[in-house]
Design a protein around this ligand. Structure first.
Ligand SMILES: [Zn+2]
Length: 463
């Protein structure tokens, strides 16, 4: 079946950042077949289902290359509880733990995150977590594209950013390795090839050097991606210095962990020498701009790119809104560079689309051109904040909102159309997630008298 969207604004994200106004795009099967003048495309595909794209912008879907969907549980709570950037470091990304969740509860929160991701125009994401099989099936049914990173670690009794003593449980790391291999067997290449499995090494200070070597060998054996939180917070840097007398990126390089299939999330608490190490190994960096801004930290993206890293974007925790991530990234880099012209909106959009697809190993995808994958979104331009439409990419990057996304297509199939989500039960997911969060937080605070309830918090705010 062929679909033609005619008379639309088409921002391609191709090598020349071409934008077509009043043009048509044809989709055949899972690929873009052609982009061109309305009459030309109509003549070429006379039997196609034709959709009037007047007043719409068609552009590539977003690739979120670092997220934890079940952490939507901590929305409105963890954003203001970041660890200190100065010693003493005690470990953890928040003084309050994430409540324990049953597999059903995890699935409820993961579905909420995926729904928000779709509504903000995300077509591909790397979801990093433990026991991905609790919700891989439910997420695959959303029709979105996933790279699931099953997580491994073998340091116990603490969390990221703790320079205190190391307690290593090698058997735990081996069990995680087995789960990765099992999930790879069960899920890699499933859902018409939309689902793949990669490895997540939690963080340099949460894995023994032996486990990091084992995971790196497994990455090469399975020929898949591997992701790691790297140079995320200053406590992590202190922990690696304390135990290995070097910096986190140096530590990974010395273990021969770094290569062009590695996705390093954050890369912000680091020296220029470490940036050069990452660039030399051609690693992919996830610029998690929105969470970085909330934590008061910023990576040096221009430098990482100039040294050879491929920069993509990720949402990380609590929110899955890639429109917000995209704009925050542009703003952060302009402030850091003290340059109101750099990066350009086209460069920022490339981080959030094409570079992300490259990072996650999806070939010929992330931009719109004959032969690329039909992973794209439709934006409703008939909005006060998007008119006048004169310069499509800049207008959307500076002014667009997640709610402007009215269509999402993955592999040539609509998952959302005319503002309606087709593949997920939206009201059911929203109701289930609120109920789940009420129950999980109530359980945690009933059990843990020692925890300080954050200002304005109620686990019964909504039924
Ligand atoms: Zn993360």
């Amino acid at each position: 079946m062929t679909i033609v969207i005619s008379n639309a604004v088409i921002a391609t994200g191709d090598d020349k950042d071409s934008v077509h106004y009043g043009a048509a795009i044809a989709i055949e099967g899972d690929k873009i077949a052609a982009i061109g003048a309305n009459e030309e495309i109509a003549a070429k595909y006379p039997a196609a289902e034709t959709i009037d794209g007047s007043g719409k912008l068609v552009m590539p879907g977003f690739a979120n290359i670092h997220t934890h969907l079940t952490m939507t549980m901590a929305r409105g709570v963890f954003e203001d509880l970041s660890p200190s950037h100065k010693p003493p470091f005690t470990g953890g990304l928040s003084p309050i733990p994430l409540p324990d969740m049953t597999p059903d509860e995890r699935r409820a929160m993961a579905e909420l995150g995926a729904l928000e991701a779709m509504r903000s125009g995300t077509t591909l994401m790397l979801e990093d977590s433990n026991n991905i099989d609790h919700y891989a099936g439910a997420l695959a049914e959303s029709g979105l594209r996933f790279l699931f990173g099953e997580r491994a670690y073998d340091r116990t009794g603490t969390s990221i950013g703790d320079p205190g003593p190391l307690t290593i449980d090698r058997a735990l790391g081996q069990r995680h390795m087995q789960t990765i291999e099992r999930n790879f067997r069960d899920w890699d290449g499933k859902a018409d090839g939309r689902v793949h499995i990669c490895i997540s090494a939690w963080a340099p200070d949460m894995c023994s050097p032996e486990l990091l070597k084992d995971l790196s060998a497994l990455q090469r054996k399975l020929d898949t991606r591997i992701t790691i939180h790297l140079n995320q917070i200053w406590g992590e840097v202190a922990a690696i210095k304390a135990h290995y007398n070097r910096l986190p990126s140096e530590y990974l390089a010395d273990l021969d962990f770094l290569n062009d299939k590695v996705i390093c999330a954050h890369a912000r608490c680091m020296t220029p020498e470490e940036e050069k190490i990452l660039g030399k190994a051609r690693v992919n960096v996830s610029f998690n701009a929105a969470i970085a801004a909330r934590r008061g930290l910023s990576p040096r993206i221009a430098d990482l790119e100039s040294y050879g890293c491929n920069v993509g974007m990720g949402s990380d925790n609590m929110a899955e809104d890639m429109v917000e991530v995209l704009r925050t990234g542009l703003f952060m880099e302009r402030i850091r560079r003290e340059d109101g012209r750099s990066p350009t909106p086209e460069q920022a959009l490339r981080w959030a689309t094409r570079n992300g697809y490259q990072a996650l190993g999806v070939p010929n995808a992330g931009w719109l051109e004959a032969g690329t994958k039909a992973d794209m979104i439709v934006i409703d331009l008939q909005r006060a904040h998007l008119i006048p439409m004169l310069r499509a990419v800049s207008n959307f990057v500076h002014n667009g909102q997640a709610r402007d996304v009215e269509g999402v297509m993955v592999d040539g199939k609509w998952t959302m159309r005319a503002g309606k989500v087709l593949t997920m039960d939206e009201p059911g997911i929203i109701a289930r997630a609120q109920k789940t969060a009420n129950e999980c937080w109530s359980r945690l605070f009933r059990k843990r008298f020692d925890l300080k309830v954050p200002a304005g918090f109620s686990p019964h705010a909504l039924p």
